[in-house]
Design a protein around this ligand. Structure first.
Ligand code: BT5
Length: 335
């Protein structure tokens, strides 16, 4: 099943009317008169809306009343009232897909609009960095954003870090909990991974043609089940789920807040104000100040993580010698 935010005007009209009049029953005839669509069309839309997970009570002689909204991240719910200029103004929803990142990469080559978002309820072939597996059952937020950035290629390495910062601010604002940022692209709660970022960039004569950001958030997932599947995989250090902390937040609230924060950060990068991002990231980082270790092609590096450079590289110092790490997985050795 695929839906987008712009091809279902009749359904969205009926739904919005039910949502804005949810204290009363509305008859099929009333809906048909007000919305200027046939009664049969009203009935068909109501059936579809119910199939999509909205609860609608239907009473003979009285009509229809919306009791509760769907828990799915339906595309018109993402775009509705979203206070961004471009990011998230078009959205696609898949109930199941191999990977939103693969889909977004395909669509970005077909000139999809800047800021288009692709969401899936579950992924059957979710991807992490370097071809790793990303476990993506129902209950998580799995999305990709297509961007055509104006910024210079030199900034792309900072982009995953900046996106992780945007998500951590969004989680603070919606959940009022404070995840930590683990270099380069992870969000953690009590040391366990709650979200990860993936960035794919295509270049055209030294300019960024398309950038696709993939975001995986363990919103409300079975932590034990995922941990069982993942034990022993690269960069595995435990799984956290946001709803273990608080469960009265709707996924769409978090997605909308994230898209707003992402747009702010995207504009900051377009203005090359990288220092601002580095300062904010560092404030929330669990990596800076810790003893860390990582494997490189030239052997193991161990030392104290002292800062990130303007391009997002991690600086590790040991016995007066500093190394710049551009990519890789670090292990935090000290608490
Ligand atoms: C990442 O890779 O953290 C990037 C994750 C990006 C996923 C999103 S979902 C939407 C979009 N579509 C996609 O197909 N992908 C993106 P990395 O840092 O390489 O971490 C991968 C490692 O994280 C794996 O080797 C596992 O150990 C662990 N892992 C996999 N699934 C996990 C999960 N759901 N929660 C926590 N850890 C997980």
């Amino acid at each position: 099943m695929i839906y987008n935010s712009f091809d279902n005007p009749g359904l969205v009209k009926v739904l919005t009317f039910l949502q804005t009049h949810n204290t009363e029953y509305l008859s099929g005839q009333d809906l048909s008169d007000v919305l200027r669509i046939s009664r049969i069309a009203v009935w068909k839309h109501i059936k579809k809306i119910q199939e999509l997970g909205y609860t609608i009570e239907s009473k003979q002689k009285l009509g229809y009343k919306l009791i509760s909204n769907s828990q799915e991240l339906l595309p018109w719910e993402i775009t509705k009232g979203l206070k961004t200029k471009t990011i998230g103004q078009q959205a696609y929803y898949f109930d199941s897909i191999d990977s939103t990142q693969n889909q977004a990469l395909k669509m970005s080559n077909e000139a999809a609009n800047n800021g288009t978002v692709i969401v899936a309820a579950k992924q059957t072939g979710g991807k992490g960095r370097s071809g790793r597996k990303w476990v993506s059952p129902k209950g998580g937020i799995w999305l990709s954003v297509i961007l055509h950035p104006k910024f210079d290629i030199s900034i792309t390495t900072l982009f995953p870090i900046a996106s992780a910062l945007a998500l951590s601010i969004a989680i603070e604002k919606t959940f009022n909990i404070f995840p930590e940022l683990k270099w380069p692209n992870d969000l953690t709660i009590k040391g366990k991974k709650v979200a990860g970022m993936l960035v794919d960039v295509s270049l055209e004569s030294n300019k960024i043609e398309n950038l696709v950001l993939g975001v995986g958030i363990n919103f409300d997932v079975d932590v034990k089940q995922i941990e069982k599947t993942l034990r022993g995989t690269p960069n595995f250090y435990g799984v956290a789920s946001l709803c273990e902390q608080k469960n009265n937040i709707k996924p769409v609230q978090l997605v909308q807040t994230f898209l707003i924060e992402l747009e702010k950060i995207y504009e900051t990068l377009n203005k090359r104000q990288t220092k601002k991002i580095i300062t904010e990231w560092t404030k929330r980082s669990s990596t800076i100040g810790k003893q860390v270790e990582l494997d490189t092609i030239n052997g193991k590096i161990k030392g104290k993580a002292t800062k990130i450079d303007e391009d997002g590289a991690l600086v590790v110092s040991d016995k007066g010698k500093s190394s710049r790490i551009i990519a890789g997985d670090i292990v935090h050795l000290s608490k």
